[in-house]
Design a protein around this ligand. Structure first.
Ligand SMILES: [Zn+2]
Ligand SMILES: [Zn+2]
Ligand SMILES: [Zn+2]
Ligand SMILES: [Zn+2]
Length: 799
């Protein structure tokens, strides 16, 4: 997903293999500048460009009336069956295919408002009603929608507004003579009911509206670093040849202390693993829920009732504000390129958005600066070396790459530009693929007539024809070449510097009282300050995200002088050292963190391998790992099993577990329990009791019992799962925090007051360290706590 679709990768590889050897050699060693100049003519219109055009047809990003019809009818169907949540999503899909200002779009919004009303989302329902009105909702249908508005306002306690709207409806109904009399009667009846309600309410005092005050949330004590924006003053930016730029604790740091808070310089929503590119021969419209329709394409907040882009069916926003902001900043350019960007992958998309956000003036200033005079000084790698060898002679202490002239490091385009592209370490084939891809984007900018706008050319030139006509076919203008060079740099940088924005997404059965959440990759982003942190497989920090902002906290005490690390992905708890090292090779470094050093010494076994091990099928003693076979550690037993057959058995078990989860989704809880218990029996015969899968099965059982309201059983299974998670991730890990959160919910629902309170306490302590005192989970825990402490009193009162 980060990289282009496979067919395009193959096409680029064929082109590369067929190039003149001399040209290939030149490209292999060329600078970014020369690469673009040598390569921008290599995308042949009738070959590679044609392949891309064909591939782009699989990504449906345009507005299609047939799709709008289909989704609206599906929405109506589900609305009729009272699946209001699903109906909202389908109406949103329908709306994304309607043309702005059309009555059909207005009808979509009105239908969606009805579903939202049933879900009790009154504020959002009002927004949709306003949208319906502004897009020209048919006048004759308006009274019904306005009565819904009155009901919403009543539910929200806004009596005056409700009264005002009611009299508008009254007039409308009175004036509108041609309304069918039965409709007329129904409306009048409803109207009189609502009138009575308003009068009834007016006689009693208006309930105090719940004060939603963010102000009351105490903001964390936070002293910002004088020279690194978004960083705590307890850090300092250091520099040496081995570690490059890195952050070090300049004083003792406590667990949970906030170290960084940074807004992404740029982020692009990943379409998600459910997102499929379909051949146009497949006519069925996709009703799969993907990231693309779950989250705002601008601020990444979860969507309820999305606002569609005016131009495409792909981009969706949480509000008109986000839609306008995105349009202003980048989407006016990206909108017509949607299919191409989905085909070329998220990295190319991030690269384009980066240059659009920076603006052409800044892009061209930095690109030129990178060519200028003293080449050595401009190359970040060389500059590091100079700094280390002779710190004061050439650049001074202010010359750390990415810092501005005052020695300030901030989340700016300059900082992004200075992230290491490792140009010479990428394979030539990969560089060529990236080159052809960015050239394809530039060509499309040209063809779509967007060149002048992107290159910020003066308005005096706007009126004149785009100067693309003057260029010979296949040539890029100097401006677009500069843009291509910057984009190529960014695509290469992303391989080492892309930061995934993840969220905990709800999974499993939707309506269970216990919410199961798993981390999901939501977007890919550049965080230039966060990028200063080096990797460790046993990091001393935790990263959490809110919208497009990242927060890094100390996950343990960090003594002054120690380096601050974060984990790029491969964590010692989840992977063995060999696998970690292989994954980390994409970042072009060999990890030398403590965990890797310890494990690489042959005498230390990986935590993963000892815990996720097999046991003897005959006597359940631990198995000793050999080349292709595993042997029982009990000499008397002498059982041996091939590694392959164990792997097969593990795969079969996993499938059974999935089948059980499918049963749970189908609300067949009893059958799901039976199947999970059978899986457990089977697993005990060949998995060690500490195996993570053992914990997962306990977790699933807890979830099923919770949906049945059997809280005690649920709690018992969760406790077993927690023990195993603790062995793998440690007692104060964020994973344990999430498990304790689930246990707290179960105990809360089961009125196990004292156990619930102590679990809430533990969960709060751990989650505050990793996610901060203001995270949603902490808020929820605190609500549970206050609810429980009020409980005895209210029960006593009733007695
Ligand atoms: Zn938004
Ligand atoms: Zn669009
Ligand atoms: Zn490591
Ligand atoms: Zn045995």
């Amino acid at each position: 997903m980060a990289l282009p679709v496979e067919e395009w990768q193959l096409c680029a590889a064929r082109r590369w293999a067929a190039l003149e050897p001399a040209l290939r050699e030149r490209l292999e060693v060329a600078s970014l500048h020369d690469t673009v100049h040598l390569g921008c003519g290599l995308l042949r219109p009738e070959v590679e460009a044609a392949v891309l055009r064909r591939l782009c047809r699989r990504a449906h990003t345009g507005k299609e009336p047939a799709a709008a019809c289909f989704y609206r009818e599906e929405g109506n169907r589900l609305f009729g069956r009272r699946h209001y949540g699903a109906a909202v999503r389908l109406y949103s899909q329908a709306a994304s295919h309607e043309v702005p200002g059309s009555p059909d779009l207005a009808i979509c919004f009105a239908n969606r408002s009805a579903a939202l009303f049933h879900l009790g989302c009154f504020e959002v329902c009002l927004e949709d009603i306003a949208r319906a009105e502004s897009h020209g909702y048919p006048d004759r249908l308006l009274p019904k929608v306005l009565l819904r508005k009155v009901e919403c306002l009543l539910c929200l306690g806004r009596l005056q507004d409700a009264g005002g709207t009611l009299s508008v409806v009254e007039n409308k109904i009175a004036v509108d003579g041609n309304m069918a009399s039965s409709t007329h009667q129904t409306l009048l009846k409803k109207l009189n009911q609502l009138k009575d309600q308003i009068h009834g309410r007016e006689s009693c005092p208006e309930p105090a509206r719940e004060a939603y005050d963010d102000t009351q949330r105490k903001s964390e004590v936070w002293e910002e670093n004088a020279s690194i924006s978004g960083a705590s003053s307890s850090l300092s930016l250091n520099f040496d040849r081995e570690r490059g730029r890195h952050l070090v604790a300049s004083q003792d740091i406590l667990p949970g202390q906030r170290l960084l808070k940074e807004e992404a310089f740029v982020s692009v929503l990943c379409p998600g693993e459910n997102f499929h590119l379909q051949d146009s021969s497949e006519t069925a419209w996709d009703t799969q829920v993907t990231n693309a329709n779950l989250y705002c394409h601008c601020c990444l907040r979860q969507l309820l009732a999305s606002v569609p882009c005016r131009g495409c069916s792909y981009a969706k926003y949480c509000s008109q504000n986000c839609a306008d902001l995105a349009w202003e900043q980048y989407h006016r350019t990206e909108c017509s390129l949607g299919a191409l960007l989905l085909t070329l992958g998220v990295f190319c998309h991030v690269a384009l958005r980066t240059v659009l956000l920076a603006g052409f003036a800044e892009v061209s200033r930095l690109v030129e600066w990178s060519h200028d005079g003293d080449k050595d000084l401009q190359n970040p790698e060389t500059r590091c070396r100079i700094l280390v060898e002779a710190p004061d002679t050439r650049t001074g202490s202010r010359g750390i790459p990415g810092c501005d002239d005052d020695g300030q490091y901030q989340s700016s385009y300059q900082a992004v530009f200075n992230l290491l592209p490792h140009t010479e370490k990428h394979s030539p084939e990969h560089k060529f693929l990236c080159l052809l891809s960015v050239v394809a984007i530039c060509k499309q900018l040209q063809e779509a007539g967007l060149e002048a706008a992107v290159l910020n050319q003066r308005s005096s030139e706007k009126g004149s024809k785009p100067n693309t006509c003057e260029q010979t076919l296949g040539e890029l203008s100097p401006g677009l070449k500069t843009l291509a060079e910057a984009m190529l740099r960014h695509v290469l940088q992303l391989q080492c510097n892309a930061q995934a924005i993840t969220v905990m997404q709800e999974s499993g059965s939707g309506d269970g009282a216990v919410v199961n959440k798993k981390p999901v990759r939501l977007a890919t982003a550049f965080f230039p300050v966060l990028s200063l942190l080096n990797h460790s497989c046993c990091p001393n920090t935790s990263v959490s995200f809110s919208g497009t902002a990242a927060t890094v906290r100390a996950s343990q005490s960090i003594p002054s002088g120690q380096e601050i690390f974060h984990c790029y992905g491969p964590h010692q708890c989840r992977m063995r050292v060999a696998k970690r090292q292989q994954l980390l090779s994409q970042y072009f470094f060999e990890c030398r963190c403590q965990a890797c050093l310890d494990e690489l010494k042959a005498d230390v076994e990986s935590v993963v391998s000892t815990r996720n091990s097999f046991c003897c099928p005959s006597c359940q003693a631990p198995m000793q790992v050999g080349e292709d076979t595993l042997c029982c550690s009990e000499e008397a037993c002498a059982t041996s099993v091939s590694r392959e057959s164990l792997a097969r058995r593990l795969g079969a078990l996993q499938q059974q577990i999935n089948a059980a989860l499918e049963l749970l989704r189908g609300r067949k809880a009893d059958q799901a329990i039976k199947m999970l218990l059978k899986c457990q029996l089977d697993a005990r015969n060949f998995l060690s009791p500490e195996h993570l899968l053992m914990g997962e099965m306990e977790d699933h059982l807890a979830q099923v019992y919770a949906t049945l309201g059997k809280w005690q059983e649920a709690a018992r299974h969760l406790e077993k799962s927690i023990k195993i998670v603790e062995m793998h991730h440690g007692p104060s890990s964020v994973e344990i925090g999430h498990e304790l959160f689930k246990l707290a919910q179960v105990l809360f629902n089961g009125f196990a007051v004292s156990e619930a309170l102590s679990t809430i306490q533990r969960a709060e302590e751990i989650l505050a360290v990793h996610c901060g005192p203001q995270s949603a989970q902490i808020q929820e825990l605190q609500e549970m706590k206050s609810c429980l402490s009020d409980l005895p009193r209210s029960i006593l009162q009733r007695i």
